[in-house]
Design a protein around this ligand. Structure first.
Ligand code: FES
Length: 167
């Protein structure tokens, strides 16, 4: 499967769980807290990156050789203010820590783009791949870079539009 096809499949398959949370839909995941930067507006059409900082992501016991604060600073420096960076409690895929979720802008979302969950983002080099991808358009606009394909996380193996699961 080519990179473009794989990317399209991934974008169709990953359910926008975090957006549901921030939009207030009720389900068992509603208790997960996503903090928004102050000043976020309802008319904001920026995309977002959600950084998990729960029990495992960002935990020095889980990843003792990683400076998680430095990584978060680096990501913010690369992305803000054009893209929102928000922090979440555990996203329930701890085996994939550290987890990032790249959400398209609301307008891209309406055009069919879907959030992409990324696993094991544990270096500035991988963060740079994410930031460069977002800078070129991100989900729905530009295929996922080859370097990130092995980092795609499909938390619930949801079916794609074609009816096939990732699991
Ligand atoms: S702490 Fe990140 S998925 Fe659980």
């Amino acid at each position: 499967m080519g990179g473009s096809a794989a990317s399209a499949r991934v974008q169709l398959a990953v359910e926008p769980r975090i957006d549901h949370l921030t939009e207030g839909f009720g389900d068992e995941l509603h208790a997960v807290h996503v903090s928004e930067p102050s000043g976020a507006r309802a008319t904001d059409d920026r995309g977002a990156v959600t950084v998990c900082r729960g029990c495992c992501c960002g935990d020095p016991n889980r990843h003792p050789d990683i400076d998680h604060d430095r990584l978060l600073r680096h990501l913010r420096e690369r992305l803000e203010p054009a893209t929102r960076v928000r922090i979440s409690d555990c996203l329930l895929v701890c085996g994939d820590s550290n987890v990032l979720v790249v959400s398209p802008s609301p307008s891209a979302r309406r055009a069919g783009a879907r959030p992409v969950w990324l696993a094991r983002i544990l270096s500035e080099a991988l963060q740079d791949c994410v930031a460069d991808w977002i800078g070129r358009g991100g989900p729905g606009a530009v295929p996922l870079p080859q370097e990130l394909l092995a980092h795609v996380s499909a938390p619930f193996a949801l079916p794609t539009a074609a009816g096939e699961g990732l699991g």
